[in-house]
Design a protein around this ligand. Structure first.
Ligand code: MG
Length: 297
């Protein structure tokens, strides 16, 4: 099942995508009045999810408020996260190698997970613009990533319990300004500029896919395949990461964890191939969907 945030008549709503992905049904059709996805994630129980799943399979003409997908503006599923996104750095071996080469460092497989934060004041719509920030960077880069969304507050949970705490998955482009990222000792600034986090197009609920998910992940720039991998190749997997972080900090409901990117980002090429205004970046994860974002001035 796919849940989305969308705008119709200037109002932000939460809905479920019909199985043929042609229609959006408002959650009000299932008797729910959550105003935001964050509220739905926190409050929605198994029976309500079942009801939404039922609605998604019904004939849309029988559902009050159903609108064709083509007639709505799809927003990021969580347009304004409550907290910074937690990111994994260097979490595919192939990317570890290209990143080491770019930074002229010796390649090392990270034994410990590399965590960093990404400020997201407002996530970019699945088809919105990536801000070029040309005054700050000439090394604008893309990173297709699987993002995990936490359902309920997680503290000191075991690896076996992790799956019960995952609400679902979405696609996230961890847009990066490389010289800003590496020029400072911490990556925070170079990862957190406004317009640097396309997310969506929706949330694939956890019950719709095996755990942990093994899904093809790809990116394209102007139609050319750049990244092509599988989420089963994470060095530090979802169970390990959530178990480790929760051992000392509460991962609150709605927390978004971006699990890292495979090789094929712009800095991995020789010479590097960074983004410029007008470039179209597509990030796709099998079974979830595609982000298609144009770089804008
Ligand atoms: Mg990343």
């Amino acid at each position: 099942m796919k849940l989305l945030t969308y705008e119709v008549d200037g109002k932000e709503r939460v809905g479920v995508l019909s199985r043929d992905e042609a229609w959006v049904c408002p959650i009000s059709a299932a008797g729910m009045d959550y105003r935001t996805m964050k509220e739905l994630i926190r409050e929605c129980g198994p029976s309500e999810l079942e009801m939404l799943n039922y609605i998604s399979g019904k004939d849309p003409s029988e559902i009050k408020g159903a609108v064709p997908l083509a007639d709505v503006r799809v927003l990021a599923p969580v347009p304004e996260p409550d907290q910074d996104v937690i990111c994994l750095g260097i979490n595919y071996l192939s990317h570890a190698k290209e990143a080491a080469k770019f930074e002229k460092e010796a390649f090392e497989k990270p034994e410990q997970a590399i965590y960093f934060a990404k400020r997201v004041n407002r996530a970019v719509d699945p088809e919105g613009g990536i801000s070029a920030h040309r005054d700050l960077t000439s090394q604008l880069d893309y990173e297709a990533e699987l993002a995990v969304i936490i359902k309920k507050d997680a503290f000191r949970i075991s690896r076996e319990q992790v799956r019960d705490y995952v609400f679902g998955y979405t696609v996230l482009n961890d847009v990066s300004a490389r010289e800003v990222q590496t020029g400072h000792k911490q990556w925070y600034f170079g990862k957190s500029l406004d317009g640097f986090t396309p997310m969506g197009p929706w949330i694939l609920t956890a019950d719709s896919v095996e755990f942990p998910p093994k899904l093809a992940i790809q990116s394209r720039v102007n139609g050319e395949l750049r990244q092509d991998s599988n989420t089963e190749l994470l060095i530090h997997g979802i169970e390990e990461v959530i178990c480790e972080l929760s051992s000392g900090m509460t991962l609150k409901s709605g927390t978004i964890i971006a699990t890292g990117t495979p090789s094929g980002v712009g800095m991995g090429f020789d010479p590097p191939r960074f983004l410029v205004p007008g470039d179209v970046v597509e990030c796709t994860i099998e079974g979830i969907g595609t982000l298609k974002n144009t770089v804008v001035e």
